[in-house]
Ligand binder design. Structure first.
Ligand SMILES: NC(=O)c1ccc[n+]([C@@H]2O[C@H](COP(=O)([O-])OP(=O)(O)OC[C@H]3O[C@@H](n4cnc5c(N)ncnc54)[C@H](OP(=O)(O)O)[C@@H]3O)[C@@H](O)[C@H]2O)c1
Length: 289
């Protein structure tokens, strides 16, 4: 049963009111080309998110900049139509502006961060963000001002947990001097992990969640003729499931958030929690990079 699959991924506890299944969903595929504009079938996007909830996903990663606002519009609609949607934890991000397809510009001015949090809360009909990431550090603005504004909003009750995305270990430690950091979201997958292995270990030691973005290397690791094809056959699994099973085994503070616009791929990804890699195969996969 697919619902049990998600549970097999284990849980991560942000706090006693915030315990999530360790296999989530990322909304970034639910936009137009270049993460720009509307998804080709908005109703399908809403239905897919609701299916993810049906299958036991209670952790959804999103951002104002996906579309911008398009993915959040579908997520908001799915939440509105779903019973018990207050049990769905939103992992949100602010701090980038969009000027066109595939164009992303960090903007960390405190007043912009605050505006985007306020607009996101309005969009989701909530009075607080469960988890709010600074999407990118803006090199033009002191980190104390960027993370400091999120801390202010946390003190005001508008943000429960603060995260920081695509950072070095030094940047993470600098952010920790300004606020309690409960999550890091960096690019990380079985084919690209060495750069951030030390951050994963540091976050694990410090009780911080680690969200690996591009868990499937934008689909490259999911290919039937890709680098995981042989080992996938051995486990009677799909290559995508092997990529996700590796992340789940890598450390129990990792919450993969694979993105997909396909119901079949959604099921495939969630069933990765049923794949239990041997220690030897885990090591073999780790040396792929
Ligand atoms: N913090 C950041 O800076 C940052 C940056 C990028 C992404 N993110 C987050 O990370 C999430 C995941 O990243 P992502 O969606 O860009 O990349 P991804 O999860 O690595 O890969 C998604 C791609 O893989 C395909 N795919 C998914 N499942 C598959 C399966 N089982 N079999 C075959 N193909 C499959 C999808 O196509 P189909 O649609 O056809 O399934 C899509 O093209 C995003 O949704 C977003 O929430 C964060």
């Amino acid at each position: 049963m697919i619902n049990n699959s998600v549970k097999n991924a284990g849980k991560f506890e942000f706090d006693k009111d915030f315990v999530v299944n360790r296999l989530g969903y990322g909304t970034m595929q639910l936009t137009g080309k270049g993460v720009w504009g509307a998804y080709k079938d908005p109703q399908q996007a809403v239905d897919l998110i609701k299916k993810a909830f049906d299958f036991g996903v209670n952790f959804v990663d999103t951002a104002d900049s996906y579309g911008p606002w398009e993915a959040d519009t579908y997520l908001a609609q799915a939440l509105k139509e779903y019973p018990d949607s207050d049990k769905i934890f939103i992992s949100d991000k602010v701090g980038q502006v969009r000027t066109g397809p595939n164009e992303w510009i960090p903007l960390g001015r405190p007043e912009f961060l605050r505006q985007e949090v306020e607009l996101s809360l309005r969009k989701f009909g909530r009075d607080h963000e469960d988890l709010l990431f600074l999407h990118r550090i803006d090199s033009q603005v002191p980190i104390e001002d960027q993370v400091g504004e999120l801390k202010k909003m946390q003190d005001e009750g508008k943000i429960k947990h603060i995260g920081i995305s695509q950072v070095t270990l030094d940047e993470l430690k600098a952010a920790q001097k300004v606020a309690k950091i409960d999550a890091v979201e960096n690019m990380y997958n079985v084919g690209h992990h060495q750069r951030d292995d030390a951050i994963v270990d540091y976050t694990k030691e410090n009780g911080i969640a680690f969200l690996p973005w591009f868990p499937l290397a934008t689909g490259q690791l999911a290919k039937e003729d890709g680098p995981l094809a042989d080992i996938a056959k051995k486990y009677n699994a799909s290559p995508a499931q092997i990529a996700l099973a590796w992340l789940l085994k890598r450390s129990d503070n990792i919450i993969p958030i694979p993105g997909t616009s396909s119901l079949d791929h959604l099921k495939d990804n969630l069933e990765s929690a049923d794949v239990s890699l041997s220690d030897a195969d885990f090591e073999k996969l780790s040396s792929l990079e």
